[in-house]
Design a protein around this ligand. Structure first.
Ligand SMILES: [Zn+2]
Length: 390
């Protein structure tokens, strides 16, 4: 069997570690056969890549089906402004949508992404995903604030789920957010999850908490404007996350997306109550929509499992995990790069339950990316680029 050797200045293993002057040996399928510190023999027979090598990235939050909406939504309007605009422009020419999804899919591959947790509200993206080189986990996302319609909505979701499965896609049924899904629908979803990860948009705007604490605020007003009956909704004085967390079975891995307005108390209490939370961070989308970032330093200090997502082109100019890492690095330079790569690699793979990916380990086939133009001490800088090697 032929083994190719790649050696580099910083070998990021994907699980938080880095090997200085490290190498990997891979077979023709890209399976990791060896790794370690480079010696003279590896230098002679291997190929040197300046900078760093990392497992391919995992994008835990995207909406491929919104790919045609790049530059269509104003920045910094807040989430309510964003949703209203999205509702008004969402349906356009179907060919255009299909082409844009295809472009995004290829762009993500070239950006060194191996797998994507992708939200689907319809089947429109299924064909693109089924024929992609990327490994997609499709989150079939349900909305519906009326308890009486919960069963019917879940049924519709189950039909989409079956279609996804027929095309060979991995799929899980998930709720959109705490402010758009009734308690009954939330229960139906979580009780059918069977150990599969459930993602939910969480605390993306301050009025989500206001709704749960005081039954008022901008989101509540928006629901009423959309003629959604909120008369049965009861506030309980607690934040949104702490209100719905007790509905979630402990064995269901929970992927919380955004967390921009999660307080220190929310983060600590939720982590104590649920053993398997992944905190999904989409920093560029947060800056685009709310012009604010989550308390990322707190997640780091508490050693919580973070993952990275790009969100969609409706709220981002590029679907690039490296760009997201640079954004975090600029605001929180004390978080070491091996840790950021762990968030973008192993944690993402764990959140999407993709065992082969996210880590350099013998026998795994995670995909390989070259990080060029790191600083001398192996950190990110503006000029750092990513190139797919395998
Ligand atoms: Zn989203």
């Amino acid at each position: 069997m032929k083994i190719d050797y790649l050696h580099t200045d910083y070998l990021f293993t994907g699980d938080g570690s880095v090997i200085k002057n490290g190498f990997i040996g891979i077979d023709e399928n890209g399976t990791i056969k060896e790794l370690g510190i480079t010696n003279d023999s590896i230098k002679t027979k291997g190929k040197y890549l300046e900078g760093g090598i990392s497992p391919a990235f995992i994008n835990t939050h995207c909406h491929l089906e919104l790919s045609h909406l790049k530059d269509k939504v104003e920045r910094k309007t807040g989430l309510v402004g964003f949703i209203k605009k999205l509702q008004s422009i969402r349906d356009t020419n179907l060919d255009n949508v299909a082409n844009s999804m295809q472009d995004s899919d290829i762009a993500m591959w070239e950006e060194g992404i191996a797998a994507v947790g992708d939200i689907s509200n319809s089947e429109i993206s299924f064909e693109t995903k089924a024929h992609s080189k990327l490994n997609y986990v499709t989150f079939i996302e349900l909305f519906g604030f009326d308890d009486k319609k919960a069963k019917q909505l879940f049924e519709k979701g189950s039909q989409l789920y079956t279609k996804a499965k027929e095309l060979g896609l991995k799929a899980n049924i998930v709720p959109h957010s705490p402010y758009s899904v009734s308690r009954k629908l939330l229960e139906l979803i979580f009780h059918s999850s069977n150990g599969a990860t459930v993602s939910i948009h969480n605390q993306e705007t301050s009025s989500e908490n206001e709704m749960y604490i005081k039954a008022k605020g901008k989101l509540m007003e928006m629901l009423n404007e959309f003629n959604i009956d909120t008369s049965n909704f009861k506030s309980n004085g607690k934040s949104s996350l702490l209100s719905y967390l007790n509905l979630i079975p402990k064995e269901t891995p929970l992927l919380l997306i955004h967390n921009t307005f999660s307080s220190e108390n929310d983060i600590k209490v939720a982590s104590q109550k649920h053993p398997n939370i992944f905190w999904g961070l989409c920093p560029k989308a947060n800056l685009y929509i709310e012009n604010r970032l989550p308390q990322i330093d707190l997640f780091y200090n508490e050693n919580l499992k973070c993952t990275i997502g790009t969100d969609s082109l409706a709220s981002n100019n590029k679907l690039s995990i490296l760009d997201e890492l640079k954004t975090i690095h600029n605001k929180f330079p004390l978080i070491p790069l091996p840790k950021l790569i762990e968030w973008a690699c192993k944690n993402g793979a764990d959140a999407l339950q993709l065992e082969e990916l996210g880590i350099f380990e013998k026998g795994k086939k995670p995909g390989i990316v070259h990080l060029k133009n790191l600083t001398k001490d192996g950190n990110l800088k503006k000029e750092t680029t990513v190139k797919r090697v395998y």
